[in-house]
Design a binder for this molecule. Structure first.
Ligand SMILES: [Zn+2]
Ligand SMILES: [Zn+2]
Length: 252
């Protein structure tokens, strides 16, 4: 009986007191504030949110030479939640390479910020009236086996749940490419040609009567934009209905 009372007492206590948990980034056990995404106050305040977009094409928060020399993009615009600084690199590494899957909710939550930026910037009369769906940059079979999950897919699903939009598998990766980060810009672009293919398996979920649709492509990091552009190109070329593509990435 007494242990029953102490259990009740403990759960009441934990309901009433702030959550004490390990911060997802620095692992320090502290009282976590609601709305701070499972991070301690110190780590939360270090998130470099992109609040003011400077490059209207890729959503960068600072001057952007990349978009000026780009000949053509198949996506209308792209927006990102945060600047990819050292703290964010560490956060992503924890999620991607150490399999800390608790972080997927944090990333999904952060991606809502990018989504809101995109919605804010859209001045088209069709916004909110045209059908919309979310898809994601696929990983190769090999990478999927190594890691066990596709972080872009998880982020897309978390986002879809939060903004109430369907998430569809529309792209597959037909060949495995070496890690992008070790390559020069020109090598990356050559490498990406014919990497992505359209997969129509889930198309029935959105195709109605040839009506136009907006597709948001989710990825973790926007570096040169070539991955986003290749994915957008495949969708634009292969889909039989008018599509408008926008990019949504966690970091830029
Ligand atoms: Zn922390
Ligand atoms: Zn740009």
């Amino acid at each position: 009986m007494s242990s029953w009372w102490s259990q009740i007492g403990n759960s009441l206590f934990s309901l009433l007191s702030p959550r004490r948990e390990a911060c997802l980034l620095c692992k320090q056990v502290t009282s976590l504030e609601r709305g701070e995404l499972g991070l301690c106050h110190g780590c939360y305040t270090r998130i470099p949110w992109i609040r003011k977009v400077v490059c209207l094409s890729c959503g960068r928060g600072e001057h952007c030479p990349d978009c000026r020399r780009k000949p053509h993009t198949y996506f209308v615009k792209s927006r990102s939640a945060v600047r990819y600084d050292e703290t964010m690199k560490e956060l992503l590494a924890r999620y991607k390479y150490r399999g800390d899957e608790r972080l997927k909710a944090v990333f999904g939550h952060m991606l809502v910020h990018a989504f809101q930026q995109l919605r804010l910037d859209r001045v088209s009369a069709s916004a909110g009236q045209v059908r919309e769906c979310i898809t994601y940059v696929p990983v190769s079979e090999q990478r999927m086996q190594e890691r066990g999950f596709n972080q872009a897919e998880q982020m897309a699903r978390e986002l879809g749940r939060r903004v109430n939009l369907p998430v569809l598998y529309l792209l597959k990766r037909s060949k495995h490419t070496a890690k992008q980060s070790f390559k020069k810009r020109s090598e990356r672009i050559d490498d990406l040609a014919h990497v992505f293919e359209f997969d129509s398996t889930e198309l029935g979920r959105i195709i109605g009567y040839g009506e136009p649709i907006i597709i948001y492509i989710v990825d973790d990091v926007y570096t040169t934009g070539s991955t986003m552009n290749q994915c957008a190109m495949v969708l634009k070329q292969e889909m039989s209905i008018p599509v408008e593509i926008c990019g949504l990435t966690w970091a830029r």
